[in-house]
Design a protein around this ligand. Structure first.
Ligand code: UGA
Length: 404
C-alpha cells in the first residue's frame, strides 16, 4: 500500500518504519526541514531502541520529504502530529493544518488519525476536508515502540470503510476492535487515564508502605498483579508518571468531560496526587537527609523513563527544581541525555556519584542497578525508582519500602 505519514515524531517515525518494513511504500512528511535533512543523511533525530536499524533495513520502501505534494501518490494519509494542551484543553491546530494540506492535494485519499484526539475530532476533520476519516490510535510506549507497534495487544480502528486500515495492520495478528470513530478516540483516553490512575494508586500504596514496618510496595504489587483482574503491569511505584502523553491526556479528558457536565473525579485525583508527589518526595529527601541545603545532590536519570532521550514532563527535572528550592546543589547523569541548560550534567556516572553527598535514582535505567557498591559507600542514597537491591546498599529511603 502507498502510505503518507504526516508528522515524524516518536509516533510517526516508528509507524513509518514498521509499515515500510512490512513492504508498504511509505512517504514520511514533516514541516521541519532540519529533521528531514537529518533523516535523509541517515541520522535519526530521536533515540528509540531498534528504530535506526528498522529504518535502514526498510530504506528501499521509505522516503522522507517536507514536500506535501507527495500526498497525491498515497492511498492512506496518516496524521501523527502532536496534540498539545493549551490552557488545559487539547489544541487541534496541527491536526487541522495537516488535514488541510491533505485536502488540498487529494479528493480520494483516506485520512487516518493516529494522533491522540478527543471524541468528535475525526468527525470534525471529515466535515472540513470532505474526506473519509478513520481513527487508529496508537498504544505504543516510548522505549519499546517498535515491538509495541509490531505486536500490539489490540488494534483499534474507528469509522466507516475501515477495510484498508484493517488490511494494513493484519500482519500484527492482534485482536481488532472495529468501531465508531468516537469509541476509538475515547478508548485511547480511557486507556491512558486508567494507566495513570493505576500508577497514582500504587504510589499512594507506596506512601502507606513507608509507614508500615516489614512492608514493601514491590511485593504488594506482585501479590496484586497476579490477580488477572488487576494485572501486573503499571504497578511500579516511583516518582509518578511523566512523558508527553499521560500528563497531557489526563488533563485534556478531564476538561473535555467537565464541559459535558461530567466530573472525572478519579482521574482528577490521580492528576492532583501525581503533581503533589514530586513536592512530597523532595520534602522527604530534605527531611531524611537533615536538609539538602548547600549539599551536592546527584540525580541519576533525566529522561521521563528509561530507554528514551525524551525529557518532556520528566519527573527528574521537576524533582531537581524542587530540591534546588531547598538549597541543594544538583548535578546529574543520564545514559543518553547529555546536554541541558538547566543542570550540570556529568559524562560519567561514577564521577557524578563521587562528587555528591546525596544520590537519587530517578529514572529506571538498568545501568543504575549495576552501580558499584564501593562508590555508593558513605553516600545518602534515595532510591526513588527502586532500581537498587536493598540488601546490597545502605539506602536511606527506597520508595514504598517500609523497612523494619
Ligand atoms: C504511554 C502509554 O503507555 C502508551 O500506551 C501510549 O500509546 C502512549 O503513552 C501515548 O499516548 O502515546 P509512554 O508515555 O511512552 O506511553 O510511557 P509509559 O511507559 O506509559 O510511561 C509513562 C510514565 O509512567 C513514565 O514516567 C513512567 O516512568 C511511569 N510509570 C509507568 C510508572 O511510574 N510506573 C509504572 O508502573 C509504569
Amino acid at each position: 500500500m502507498k502510505i503518507a505519514i504526516i508528522g515524524l515524531g516518536y509516533v510517526g517515525l516508528v509507524t513509518a518504519a514498521v509499515l515500510a518494513s512490512q513492504g508498504n511504500q511509505v512517504i514520511g512528511i514533516d514541516i521541519d526541514k532540519k529533521k528531514i535533512e537529518s533523516l535523509l543523511n541517515g541520522n535519526i533525530p530521536i533515540f528509540e531502541p531498534g528504530l535506526e536499524e528498522k529504518i535502514k533495513c526498510s530504506a528501499s520502501n521509505l522516503e522522507f520529504t517536507d514536500n506535501f505534494d507527495h500526498i497525491r501518490d498515497a492511498t492512506l494519509a496518516y496524521i501523527c502530529v502532536p496534540t498539545p494542551n493549551f490552557n488545559g484543553k487539547m489544541d487541534l491546530k496541527y491536526v487541522l493544518s495537516a488535514s488541510e494540506e491533505i485536502r488540498k492535494r487529494s479528493k480520494e485519499i483516506t485520512i487516518v488519525i493516529k494522533s491522540t484526539v478527543l471524541p468528535g475530532t475525526a468527525k470534525k476533520v471529515s466535515e472540513v476536508t470532505g474526506l473519509t476519516v478513520i481513527s487508529n490510535p496508537e498504544f505504543t510506549r516510548e522505549g519499546s515502540a517498535i515491538s509495541d507497534t509490531e505486536k500490539p495487544d489490540r488494534v483499534v480502528i474507528g469509522g466507516f470503510s475501515t477495510k484498508l486500515v484493517q488490511q494494513l495492520w493484519s500482519f500484527t495478528k492482534a485482536p481488532m476492535i472495529v468501531t465508531s470513530n468516537e469509541n476509538a478516540e475515547l478508548i485511547k483516553y480511557a486507556s491512558n487515564s486508567f494507566l495513570a490512575v493505576k500508577i497514582s494508586f500504587i504510589n499512594q500504596i507506596a506512601d502507606l508502605c513507608e509507614t508500615i514496618p516489614n512492608t514493601d510496595v514491590n511485593e504488594v504489587a506482585i501479590g496484586m498483579g497476579l490477580d488477572k483482574r488487576i494485572g501486573k503491569d503499571f504497578l511500579k511505584a516511583g516518582l509518578g508518571y511523566g512523558g508527553s502523553c499521560f500528563p497531557k491526556d489526563t488533563v485534556a479528558i478531564s476538561s473535555y468531560a467537565q464541559e459535558r457536565g461530567v466530573e472525572l473525579t478519579i482521574v482528577k485525583s490521580a492528576i492532583n496526587y501525581n503533581d503533589q508527589r514530586i513536592r512530597d518526595l523532595a520534602r522527604k529527601v530534605n527531611d531524611l537527609s537533615d536538609s539538602v541545603n548547600g549539599k551536592s545532590v546527584c540525580v541519576l536519570g533525566l529522561s521521563f523513563k528509561d530507554n528514551t532521550d525524551d525529557i518532556r514532563e520528566s519527573r527528574s527535572l521537576l524533582l531537581m527544581k524542587e530540591l534546588e528550592m531547598y538549597g541543594a546543589k544538583v548535578i546529574a547523569y543520564d545514559p543518553i541525555v547529555n546536554n541541558l541548560k538547566s543542570v550540570k550534567i556529568c559524562k560519567n556516572m561514577d564521577e557524578c556519584i563521587k562528587k555528591s553527598e546525596i544520590v537519587i535514582t530517578s529514572t529506571e535505567w538498568s545501568e543504575f542497578s549495576q552501580i558499584n557498591k564501593d562508590i555508593l559507600k558513605g553516600k545518602m542514597v534515595f532510591d526513588l525508582r527502586r532500581v537498587l537491591e536493598p540488601k546490597d546498599f545502605k539506602i536511606v529511603m527506597g520508595v514504598g519500602n517500609g523497612k523494619n
